[in-house]
Structure formats: structure tokens, C-alpha cells
Design a protein around this ligand. Structure first.
Ligand code: PMT
Length: 283
């Protein structure tokens, strides 16, 4: 969390949104949440998410004209730098300076400088931080109504141990006890009470394909939002299904030089345009 409290992060969002100049703004959530197993945390429940979906989508959202609040798991992948997992080995020293002539690196540094006034980074680590930040940021965004796209690509923990049930100290191996509770879904409250006019996209991840679309439909009817992007764990980079109240649309990556997020964002931008137009929001 870079030493900032939830309230301080929300204040930064307030200041950022005040100066926001573009017609659309996206809140992107990205990466996995950590659920502690002890108050003095040594162990925790975590998940596989590296934040690729969120970081990649953010690059395409910026290119599509969005201002982005990038709410990400600390140390998960970030837009532009995500392409370079081993930056250190790409550099050499010339006249006492670390330099590189790698064209892709130069291009991505230039892009990140170009967009730096249109992106705000808000880090989280734990499930609790995620839930409070999401609610706080959405509250700040509410007055922007239909211009807001909420893009929930984070992999949020489904289980946690309630604060009162957490042992204070490192759990002893001979006394292991994990009284797990199911994390209450906050999406319905978000959609109904906090950002009722925004365009809200949630993600659904499954490992059993036979229940994927059914689960996405269930989420749509339970939460009342606009779109679910459904994906399977092992094929999520090549295939997604966009599920709305009327139909399903498959996006399949056919060009190996492309990223699936480019097509996802193209499609979502169009849907968001319709959402704004239906509400009479100027574009
Ligand atoms: O980061 P990558 O490695 O690229 O992986 C990307 C991804 C697979 C994580 C991403 O594409 C994805 O599918 N994210 C959603 C994972 C998921 O299935 O979440 P869920 O079923 O636990 O939650 C569904 C929706 O409910 C989510 O959009 C979430 O914001 C929302 N939710 C979750 C928990 C909670 N307490 N309240 C919620 O409202």
C-alpha cells in the first residue's frame, strides 16, 4: 500500500478525478487478493493471478481515450513495464549510465511517459484493503455517472478468516485450524447503491467449461450489472465469452501477434458508448 491508508488513497483518487479531462474514465481492478491466516501475518491465502488481464487491458483503455484508475495488487504486473520481466539483463553501461537500445523497451517507456497524467496507480495487498478501496473509489466516481466504466478483472479471494477468528500469533503446526468463511459478494451493493449509472463489467473464471456461461448468467441476474467476461483458467489468453442479458459473444484470438484484450476493449468501448448514448451523455 506504499504506506498510505485507504482514506489517503481515496483522497488521491478525488484529486485525480477533479482534473480529469477525458470524456471517459475506467476503474480497473487487477491481480489477486491476500487473505491473512494470522493477525501478525506469516501465512495467507492467495491465488494465481499475476494481473496480466488488468495491466494489458489498461494499455488498450488508455489508447482508446480512457483515463484509468488502476487498482492493482502491489507487485503484480503493471501496464507497459509488464513486457519486461527481466529488465536488468536488457541494460548495459555506457559512460556510467545504464542504457538499452531495445526498440520495444524504448517504445513502452515512451508510451508510459505519454500516458502518465491519465493513469493513477492505487495498490492493495489484502482482501480487506481491496474491498474498502473498491467501495471508496466507486463512491468518488459516482458523480461522473455513465462516463464511468468499472472493469473488475481482479481475482478476489472467495474464502477468508474473520478478524475475530484469526489467531494473533503465527499458527502452531500442531494446532492448525482454518475456520474459513465465504467472502460476501459486494457487487450487488456496488451496482445498486454506489455506482448505479456506471457501465459495470465483472469477470468470471472457471475450470469446468460446462458451467462457465451458466455462472456468468447467474452473476448478471444476481447483481444487475451490464456485462460478464467469462473465461477458463487455461485458455483465458485465447478465448473469452462476453455475456450480457440477451446473448453470448465469443472472442477468439486468431492472430498470434495480437493480445485478446485489444478485442475485449474494442467491444466494451462500443457497449459503453451505447450505454452513454442511451442516457443522453455527451460524447
Ligand atoms: O491476472 P491474470 O493472471 O491475467 O488472470 C485474469 C483473471 C483470470 C483473474 C481474470 O480474467 C478473471 O477472470 N477475474 C475474475 C476471477 C473470478 O472468477 O472472480 P470471482 O468469481 O471470485 O468473482 C466474480 C466477480 O464478483 C468479480 O468480478 C469480482 O469483482 C466480484 N466479487 C468478487 C468477490 C467479492 N467479495 N465481491 C465481488 O463482488
Amino acid at each position: 500500500m506504499h504506506g498510505k491508508s485507504i482514506a489517503e488513497h481515496v483522497k488521491c483518487v478525488e484529486a485525480f478525478v477533479k482534473d480529469f479531462g477525458s470524456e471517459r474514465i475506467a476503474l480497473v481492478t487487477s491481480g489477486g487478493t491476500q487473505a491473512p491466516l494470522e493477525k501478525n501475518t506469516v501465512r495467507f491465502i492467495d491465488n494465481f493471478s499475476m494481473g496480466t488481464r488488468g495491466a494489458t487491458s489498461t494499455e488498450y483503455l488508455l489508447a482508446a481515450g480512457y483515463t484509468v484508475i488502476f487498482m492493482h495488487r502491489e507487485s503484480s504486473l503493471l501496464p507497459f513495464s509488464r513486457h519486461f520481466p527481466s529488465l536488468f539483463t536488457m541494460l548495459h553501461v555506457e559512460d556510467g549510465k545504464a542504457v538499452s537500445s531495445d526498440a520495444k523497451l524504448v517504445d513502452n517507456i515512451q508510451k508510459s511517459i505519454h500516458y502518465r497524467n491519465r493513469i493513477l496507480f492505487v495498490p492493495f495487498v489484502t482482501l480487506d484493503q481491496y474491498l474498502h478501496l473498491l467501495e471508496g473509489i466507486c463512491t468518488v466516481l459516482e458523480p461522473l455517472h455513465e462516463r464511468v466504466l468499472v472493469y473488475l478483472a481482479a481475482a478476489v479471494s472467495d474464502f477468508y478468516i474473520k478478524h475475530d477468528d484469526l489467531p494473533t500469533h503465527k499458527m502452531k503446526t500442531e494446532e492448525v485450524s482454518l475456520p474459513l468463511s465465504v467472502v460476501p459478494k459486494n457487487l450487488q451493493r456496488l451496482v445498486e447503491d454506489i455506482v448505479p449509472r456506471s457501465f459495470v463489467v465483472s469477470f468470471k473464471l472457471e475450470t469446468d467449461e460446462s458451467i462457465l456461461v451458466e455462472k456468468a448468467r447467474k452473476a448478471l441476474s444476481s447483481y444487475g450489472h451490464q456485462l460478464v467476461v467469462a473465461n477458463m483458467l487455461h485458455t483465458r489468453k485465447e478465448h473469452v465469452v462476453l455475456v450480457d442479458n440477451e446473448k453470448e459473444m465469443h472472442i477468439r484470438l486468431t492472430d498470434k501477434n495480437k493480445e485478446i484484450e485489444e478485442d475485449i476493449i474494442d467491444n466494451i468501448k462500443e457497449r459503453h458508448s451505447d450505454h452513454m448514448a442511451n442516457a443522453g451523455t455527451a460524447q
